[in-house]
Design a binder for this molecule. Structure first.
Ligand code: ATP
Ligand code: MG
Length: 522
């Protein structure tokens, strides 16, 4: 009976010769094996797998660009540049008649919509969607399957994916490709490339299946929080699309059009029962969900809805007006008081980029004593950052004349430079100008004139070099309500390319040399 069932599954499918031969062999084997024996069940299992695969089954692509745009717009507020890249990508596919054979990489902080964009792409082109994380993967077998000789052997994730969705050309999303590799058995990059690379994956050979399955018409979309840890062999084949994080205005729009209606509906309520004021929404964003993405915002809104639902069920009169006060009643006192950057002599605000998105970063310098010359650093600074601290120290010490600080200040100062929060590891050269400014502020005994944030690499000769993550950093400045920033001249183009609504309200100064920074700060 099993055998008939297996055979009937294959009716109408285009099974390649290699696979058909194997299936016939295994069926013959099964017929002679005793049905209670272990080999019987191994063979049966194998046949069960191989006959449930969608051999030659492909969904037909809908490469209708206006429709795709509508779907992307329906599901996502903002993200204009991301949508444009996706549309371009689909348009190229439409011209070629096929979008398979590509690897997209969506990279950005948590909760900015990477997974959600991937789903919309699948829907837009009318393909099945399958998603899994490669983040925790330890073993090549999770990708390529276990050989059948193992007890409990199974195919790898990709074969499981096509079986699950029932087509051989789904959109397969691989989350956390930046977190593969730590403690991976074997070489994760080459294992993944075998599956993702269009030159190799038409002959994809899963260890369990042991016959080839053509994956070349699948569309792969990877997601990651950062690029640094992605093996370069892999990165080279990917088409990278950045998602930088949202400013408050964008979060307000996303919450109003997507997150809030979804939460209200999920609780079985009507929006009229639970009016949320704009001020209250902003309060949730600033007070409880200060992040680059909107995942935590969505959670907090969910909490609000649930608390209100309970009150309504307990007889509270509808509607419950959610104003600022009501929000605090439901969510408690906000954990974030307004993130005011520290200020004072020797204290300067920098802008940093992390895998969680952009953030402001204070640099504090103080003179510990005057017995001997010296310099100490704390705050979990990586090697590159320590070097830029020592460059900043050398540069400022040797140019005190020019910047009208006490020329002998550092000769008789033991300086301590700290970057809070001390427990978070930090690295990179982009705090160079910030650290120099903190030291100069100390030597001049003068705090920066106004709230300002800055980023830029400083060289020993006082040049300011461009740095990465300008968009994330500008967003972080806005989140902290800093309206004036200093960026390297070399990043002028990055700034100019930001959308108008992100640039709006920010005064920017571009610095080519440290003198330019000095003139703005003091
Ligand atoms: P992670 O790196 O943690 O996997 P992610 O980038 O994949 O994060 P998503 O899960 O796609 O984040 O997004 C989190 C939530 O926010 C989802 O409910 C998503 O629909 C919503 N969301 C994010 N960005 C937008 C947007 N621009 N418009 C509408 N909804 C959005
Ligand atoms: Mg995701």
């Amino acid at each position: 009976a099993d055998i008939e069932r297996f055979q009937s599954r294959l009716e109408g499918l285009t099974v390649p010769e290699e696979a058909q031969t194997r299936i016939d062999e295994e069926i013959q084997k099964m017929q002679v094996l005793e049905s209670g024996s272990p080999e019987y069940s191994v063979t049966r299992n194998y046949l069960d797998w191989i006959t449930s695969l969608p051999w030659g089954v492909h969904s037909e692509d809908q490469l209708d660009i206006p429709r795709a745009r509508r779907i992307l717009d329906r599901d996502h507020d903002g993200l204009e540049d991301v949508k444009r890249r996706i549309i371009e990508f689909l348009a190229v596919g439409a011209t070629r008649g096929d979008i398979g054979g590509s690897i997209l990489l969506l990279v950005g902080p948590p909760g900015v919509g990477k997974t959600s964009i991937g789903r919309s792409v699948a829907e837009a082109v009318g393909r099945e969607f399958y998603r899994f994380s490669v983040g925790g993967m330890r073993d090549e077998a999770e990708i390529k399957g276990h050989r059948r000789t193992y007890v409990g052997a199974m195919p790898g994730k990709f074969i499981q994916a096509v079986k699950d969705v029932g087509t051989a050309n789904p959109v397969i999303m691989l989350d956390e490709v930046d977190k593969i590799g730590m403690s991976f058995q074997g070489d994760p990059a080459s294992a993944l490339l075998e599956v993702l690379d269009p030159e190799q994956n038409s002959d994809f050979l899963d260890h369990y299946l042991d016959v080839r399955f053509d994956l070349s018409r699948s569309l792969f979309i990877c997601t990651a929080n950062q690029l640094d840890t992605i093996p370069s062999a892999l990165l080279d084949r990917m088409e990278v699309i950045h998602l930088a994080g949202y400013i408050t205005e964008e979060k307000v729009a996303i919450a109003k059009h997507h997150l809030w209606p979804r939460q209200v509906e999920r609780a079985g309520l009507k929006r009229g029962q639970l009016p949320l004021t704009d001020a209250a929404l902003r309060h949730v964003i600033d007070g409880y969900a200060r992040e680059s993405g909107v995942r935590n915002l969505e959670k907090q809104l969910g909490r609000l809805v649930r608390k209100a639902a309970v009150d309504l069920l307990e007889g509270h009169e509808a509607p419950i007006r959610l104003n600022q006060k009501q929000v605090e009643d439901y969510l408690g006192k906000p954990p974030f008081q307004r993130e005011k950057p520290l200020a004072g002599i020797g204290v300067v605000t920098g802008l940093a980029w992390t895998a969680m998105g952009g953030t402001t970063l204070s640099v504090e310098a103080t003179r510990v004593h005057t017995q001997q010359r010296g310099f100490k650093l704390t705050g979990q600074l990586g090697e590159v950052m320590q070097e830029s601290a020592s460059i900043a120290h050398s540069y400022i010490s040797s140019h005190l004349d020019e910047y009208r600080g006490d020329p002998s200040f550092f000769d008789e100062s033991f300086i301590h430079l700290h970057v809070p929060e001390g427990a978070t590891p930090k690295d990179g050269p982009s705090a160079g100008v910030t650290m120099a400014t903190a030291l100069l502020s100390l030597a001049r005994d003068q705090a920066p004139a106004r709230p300002l944030a800055m980023t830029g690499e400083l060289t020993l000769s006082g040049h300011v070099y461009p740095v990465g993550g300008i968009r994330e950093k500008v967003i972080a400045a806005k989140r902290a309500r800093v309206t004036e920033v200093i960026l390297p001249e070399g990043n002028r183009r990055d700034f100019d390319e930001l959308p108008d609504h992100v640039r709006k309200g920010i005064t920017v100064h571009f610095a080519e040399r440290y003198q330019d920074v000095f003139r703005v700060v003091f």
